[in-house]
Ligand binder design. Structure first.
Ligand code: C5P
Length: 283
């Protein structure tokens, strides 16, 4: 029986840490990052059709054009798809460091594999869509190295709630990398089993052993990001907070999704124009 329609979630990608360890001759940076995903997501719908089309919907869709550069259409074309009707329900802010575009591209690839039975493109083609697309394809906790092409699964992490906060200012990734003055920083130490005993021990380990080397350059591009960090740091129940990717979204880790939701109320009261979303870290 022919498949009528499929949909795939495109969960927000969070870089719990992001060490920039070098730079390749082509300008791309070598990274060492622990990546997890939240149950806060865009969604891609795909159904059979004549010709290839895309409609962008959802509360964060207004700033995103459904043109040939859209990563959803680029992902479809990269699979050789010429016939499919695609809809992107955009819930995550654009250019915000949670991999929205990469997650959308990965969700499109997964949806079109299910809809058409065609195989996934090879890794180099997937990487051409975006350095975060490979990690978003699995949407599982991973240590990501290289430019995003080397992935190792993480051991089971403690259960954690999370709160995402974005000051509603798009922060373009190339600008942040361009403002980075130090390209060879130390790698991440190995994650010991003792750190995984609870959300609190994991948070303490992250704080003591890891960094996001893009924080400084991101704040030169968007100084308001320091206020986002300060707001999360002073939120009751927040075990650990940091900027994700090249920003500007920051995440807070909490013992439970309920405490993250309570913290969201706290942040919204103080900053009604910021974007916030509470949820949990996916296994
Ligand atoms: O791969 P993606 O399109 O997400 O990357 C956007 C930009 O971010 C690149 O053009 C590059 O300037 C920078 N980048 C980088 N090193 C990475 C990933 C991205 O320099 N590992």
């Amino acid at each position: 029986m022919a498949i009528e329609a499929v949909s795939e979630a495109a969960p927000a990608k969070l870089n719990l840490c992001l060490h920039v360890t070098g730079r390749r001759v082509d300008g791309y940076h070598l990274l060492d990052s622990l990546v997890v995903f939240a149950d806060i997501a865009d969604r891609v719908f795909a159904s059979p059709a004549r010709g290839l089309s895309l409609v962008v919907a959802g509360p964060e869709g207004a700033g995103l054009r459904a043109d040939d550069d859209n990563l959803v259409l680029r992902a479809a074309r990269c699979m050789g798809i010429t016939d499919a009707a695609l809809v992107l329900d955009k819930q995550l802010p654009i250019a915000s460091g949670v991999g929205g575009g990469s997650a959308d591209a990965a969700a499109t690839l997964r949806a079109l594999v299910r809809l058409t039975g065609r195989p996934l493109p090879d890794l180099p083609e997937v990487l051409r869509l975006g350095a975060d697309v490979p990690v978003c394809l699995a949407s599982r906790p991973a240590r990501m190295t290289g430019i995003g092409d080397h992935l190792a699964p993480l051991p089971p992490l403690p259960s954690m709630g999370c709160l995402l906060v974005n000051p509603r200012l798009p922060v373009p990734t190339p600008q942040v990398f361009a403002a980075l003055d130090r390209h060879g920083n130390g790698p991440l130490p190995d994650l010991p089993e003792t750190a995984l005993a609870s959300a609190a021990t994991f948070a303490d380990w992250l704080a003591a052993n890891s960094r996001n080397d893009l924080v400084r350059p991101a704040r030169t591009v968007a100084p308001v990001l320091a206020d986002v960090q300060a707001a999360l740091d002073s939120t009751p129940g927040c075990l650990f907070s940091r900027m994700s990717g090249s920003g500007g979204t920051h995440f807070g880790l909490f013992a439970t999704p309920e405490s993250a939701a309570a913290a969201a109320t706290h942040i919204r009261e103080a900053h009604p124009y910021w974007w916030t979303a509470a949820g949990r870290i996916l296994d």
